[in-house]
Design a protein around this ligand. Structure first.
Ligand SMILES: NC(=O)c1ccc[n+]([C@@H]2O[C@H](COP(=O)([O-])OP(=O)(O)OC[C@H]3O[C@@H](n4cnc5c(N)ncnc54)[C@H](OP(=O)(O)O)[C@@H]3O)[C@@H](O)[C@H]2O)c1
Length: 929
């Protein structure tokens, strides 16, 4: 009575020694007694008889039995023991009904399973085992008072559709599966429900899992979602209800998934972030909602009432997201169903969930489709493993599985699992170290949405733009902006008499000394502006340099004393904390411009091109080899056949056909090139203007393009002599020996140079200077307002952001704008008729001071009586309006056009404001010959 270390103690427990359990050994003739005591020593032997399905005893019967007679120890083996006991009866049934193969199959399946499970024989509780490392694989896991079968059955059939679902679930139930995993999103709840019904297996013996689909995440709809699932399943309850994914899809009609044209689902971002609220709505299904739910189903479908112990769970939840659920959960999730196999062991998630008492079920335990882990034809990486090994590995880690198959043999195989040795476990767990993790259901690929932090799907074009912008920032802006900071090359220092002369000229016209100092010293408190600070400023302004006073101290002292007289107080000795504005010495402030911005500049350039072509202008390009020296590139320039004789300067030309008028040379200001001037330029010959001049042709116009101040990336401003030589060559190229010069804003800087240059000065006839920045340049307004003023109003912000902070503009001003070279004095205008157009609300130029300066001592004006015009203010005060602002334009000597309500450059905006300026241009053109 002893074999393999196991024995039974003979003891009389039952007197039933009948022929059914006694025999004669045919070889030895000895009597044999079957292990009758082992049969009867366990009360469960009888249960073995009832267990086979044909006897139709449900688990509740067994439960009722054990409520009177508890299960005998060891309880872990209870089911297997029971299976063993029932085998005798099943064998008998198989022998009696040989035509019913299912009886025989049942026995062989059971035998195979038991042999697989106990390959080394039965290990007694606390007893010695022949394989000490072997572990018993669990048949189920106890989770929150329910028992989840360790091997469930997956029903997702993917692209193959749901044609085989019913049949395979039916087979699965027949071959012993008692956990069916379905989902509303699989669209097969109907087939699953039908198979459950037809299987004959009692509902309470089956553990059914379904899932809340992603188009039902709205908390107000969660209950309806479960009702729908139950109706489709034709079940009155499910055992486990999972939130299929943390993220939600936008729902179309009937809760279908809305999709993008590329087929990817449209994510509902708001609901995707609200998964904790969706969970709270699921919780309501369990407590108060439970009764209502069943009530509903009863009334609509007449289902029977069962006590429901609905468990809730998650699916595809990361640690972070599970934690968020735990933060709000009243009812803790029982399960988290996630992709898990040796290539994606998710050890951290498993540890976290185990610690939190959340059971993990592995979906795609075989690697999903196309079964990388077990399918030799799969082109996915990783060593091949036997399916039973994969599943055993999971079970041994405490993870239940839901493999899917449509093949009966595989259904059996996937349940016939045996424990694997510790060494084998370790080697499987190490596979991932060489393969790297492989996620077969990668939401990033699948739906363009990660399981980690929610992130919107970014279209390819946006990605391309982002990469291009980043590259542009790193490769163009950063190095170029650093390069532009190089020190300026200042013009030669003037001689002492020249300096003194300049100082005195400036000194004579400082209308408001306090503001003068305040602006040049950037608003510093008076007491911080000490002698050395003033000297520092003078050194920059009149000596073109920084550094210490040195040999020039005596001269500097002289100027400082003059300033003291001007402001009526002494400067304290030494240096205060004041900083002064030294435009060409200070670091350059500039801002990054995006590639998109340059594309906009390119587009406006194209519009300008079209506008000027339509107005009869021809574009004159420089050499094609310079194509790449101007960004944004100008593909339209390739279309022109006209060449500029200059190396750097491009321009637009409208041919001159008039014999009675001079042509016009126009130079624009800082901005987006010639775009704002297209109307102005085309109207120089507009029919709207009076034509009584009898020109008999058209006035030719040359409009230069000054790229360094046109929001482009290009060369630095040309040195005055180079630029003047280029302009002279352009005028000569067209045979223009004299032109009327019209400039706007920064264009007046070039006007100053043209007047000072021996070759170009005689070519300039009369002039129209619109919003000139060069007159009274010794005053701080232009430099301060353009480069240092903290912007307040919308137009100041516009000026600051678009113009002042542009790389090219900022560099042109901070490294190539030498005020003493650019300043235009009244006497420089003598000998020409000049119209200066000033805007009363100019945000850059102190036009009040400029107008006053130009009007002072203007004899022509005095002749006509430059009277001050009294006017009443709104509150009755007597105001004195300067007469020079209201004088009629005469076209002789120095004329001022004053536009009370306009800002810088606004004169170009409407035909009405353009008209007087155009009139001056045309009149000068007419009178110039
Ligand atoms: N919660 C979720 O988001 C989620 C996601 C994916 C899956 N799931 C659940 O998890 C279940 C399983 O996942 P899955 O179906 O994608 O993948 P799987 O079970 O890992 O693999 C299924 C594939 O393996 C094959 N197969 C099954 N047993 C085999 C064996 N013994 N030998 C060789 N090949 C075998 C099947 O082919 P045959 O059918 O031809 O045998 C099928 O192609 C699903 O059905 C579904 O219920 C849940």
């Amino acid at each position: 009575m002893e074999s393999g270390g196991r024995f039974i103690k003979p003891s009389l427990v039952h007197g039933d020694l009948w022929y059914g359990n006694a025999a004669i050994n045919s070889e030895t003739g000895c009597p044999l007694v079957y292990d009758a005591s082992s049969f009867y020593a366990h009360n469960e032997y009888e249960l073995g008889n009832w267990r086979p399905e044909r006897n139709k005893f449900s688990r509740s019967y067994f439960n009722a039995y054990h409520s009177h007679i508890p299960k005998s120890a060891p309880e872990d083996d209870y089911d297997d023991r029971n299976a063993l006991y029932s085998m005798r009866f099943n064998l008998q049934a198989a022998a009696i009904f040989p035509k019913k193969p299912s009886y025989r199959d049942l026995v062989t399946d059971e035998m195979k399973r038991l042999i697989a499970k106990y390959p080394n024989g039965y290990e007694e509780e606390g007893g010695n085992s022949t394989t000490p490392t072997a572990q018993i694989l669990p048949r189920s896991f106890d989770v929150n008072e329910v028992s989840i079968p360790a091997v469930g059955f997956g029903t997702f059939q993917g692209d193959n559709g749901n044609g085989q679902v019913k049949e395979s679930v039916l087979k699965a139930l027949q071959t012993g599966y008692r956990h069916i995993d379905t989902a509303s999103a699989y669209g097969n709840e109907k087939e699953v429900g039908e198979a459950i019904k037809e299987s004959g297996v009692l509902r309470e013996e089956i553990f059914v899992t379904t899932k809340l689909a992603q188009t039902w995440h709205n908390p107000s709809e969660v209950e309806e979602a479960l009702v729908q699932s139950l109706k489709t399943l034709k079940l009155d309850y499910v055992d486990l209800y999972l939130m299929h994914f943390p993220h939600a899809y936008s729902a179309g009609p009937n809760h279908s998934t809305l999709r993008h044209p590329n087929g990817k689902p449209a994510i509902d971002y708001e609901l995707s972030r609200a998964y904790p609220q969706t969970w709270q709505a699921m919780e309501k299904l369990v407590d108060s909602g439970k009764a209502r739910l069943i009530g509903k189903i009863i009334s609509s479908q007449h289902f029977t009432v069962h006590p429901v112990n609905l468990k809730l769970g998650l699916s595809n939840f990361s640690i972070i997201k599970t934690k968020r659920i735990l933060e709000v959960a009243r009812i803790r999730p029982a399960v988290n169903q996630v992709e898990m196999h040796p290539y994606l062991p998710q050890q951290e998630l498993l540890d976290f969930c185990s610690a939190e008492g959340i059971h993990i079920t592995a979906h795609q335990p075989l690697g999903g489709r196309p079964v990388a882990a077990v399918n030799p034809n799969s082109d996915r990486p990783g060593p091949l493993l036997d399916s039973t090994i994969l599943l055993s590995w999971a079970l041994q880690r405490g993870v239940s599985v839901v493999p899917k198959t449509v093949q009966e043999i595989r259904m059996i195989e996937n349940r016939a699992l045996s424990s694997i040795s510790g060494e084998h476990m370790t080697s499987i767990s190490k596979i991932v170290e060489s393969t790297g993790t492989i996620r077969y259901l990668d939401p990033k690929e699948h739906i363009g949405y990660g399981l980690g932090i929610p992130r919107p799907h970014i279209p390819l074009v946006i990605n391309i733009i982002a990469v291009a912008e980043s590259l542009f920032y790193l490769v163009a802006f950063l190095p170029y902006s650093t390069y532009l900071q190089r020190a300026a090359v200042h013009p030669p220092v003037p001689s002492r008499p020249e300096r003194k002369a300049l100082f005195e000229k400036c000194y004579k016209f400082i209308p408001d000394p306090e503001t003068y100092l305040d602006r040049w010293f950037l608003g510093a408190p008076q007491e911080e502006i000490k002698r050395d600070n003033v000297k520092e400023f003078i050194q920059w302004a009149f000596f073109n340099r920084g550094g210490e006073a040195g040999d020039d101290d005596e001269e500097l002292e002289e100027y400082v004393t003059a300033y003291e007289t001007l402001v009526g107080r002494k400067f304290e000795p030494g240096r205060g904390n004041a900083e002064c504005l030294r435009l060409t010495l200070d670091p350059i402030d500039m801002l990054h411009r995006s590639l998109a911005w340059y594309m906009c500049v390119g587009f406006v350039d194209l519009l300008t091109y079209i506008g000027l072509l339509r107005a009869g202008f021809h574009f004159h390009r420089t050499s094609l080899s310079r194509f790449f020296t101007l960004f944004p590139f100008r593909p339209q320039t390739i279309l022109t056949t006209k060449r500029s004789p200059a190396k750097y300067t491009t321009y637009w030309h409208r041919p001159h056909t008039s014999t009675t008028h001079l042509p016009v040379l126009f130079i624009h200001g800082i901005g987006i090139g010639l775009y704002p001037y297209v109307s102005f330029l085309s109207e120089i010959n507009s029919a709207d203007l009076p034509s009584e001049d009898g020109s008999g042709g058209q006035i030719g116009v040359i409009a230069l393009e000054i790229h360094p101040v046109s929001f482009r990336l290009t060369h630095a401003p040309l040195a005055p002599a180079v630029l003047c030589a280029e302009i002279a060559s352009i005028l000569n190229h067209h045979g223009y020996s004299r032109v009327v010069l019209a400039t706007h804003s920064y264009g007046s800087v070039i006007a100053t140079h043209l007047l000072a240059h021996t070759e170009t000065a005689p070519m300039i006839a009369d002039m129209v200077l619109i919003d000139p920045v060069t007159i009274l340049l010794h005053l701080p307004d232009v430099a301060y307002n353009f480069t240092r003023r903290p912007p307040q109003s919308a137009s100041e912000h516009q000026l600051w952001y678009f113009a002042s902070m542009d790389m090219g503009v900022a560099h042109s001003l901070a490294r190539h704008f030498f005020w003493s070279e650019n300043v235009l004095w009244k006497e420089d205008l003598e000998g020409r008729d000049v119209t200066v157009s000033l805007a009363g609300r100019d945000l850059i130029v102190n036009t009040q001071a400029v107008g006053q300066y130009l009007a002072d001592g203007n004899e022509d004006a005095d002749e006509e009586g430059d009277e001050e015009v009294p006017e009443m203010s709104e509150d009755g005060d007597l105001l004195v309006q300067e007469g020079w602002k209201h004088r009629t334009w005469r076209g002789k000597g120095l004329d001022i056009l004053w536009f009370d309500n306009l800002d810088h450059a606004q004169v170009f905006d409407t035909p009405t404001t353009r008209r007087p300026v155009l009139k001056a241009v045309r009149a000068y053109a007419a009178s110039g010959l």
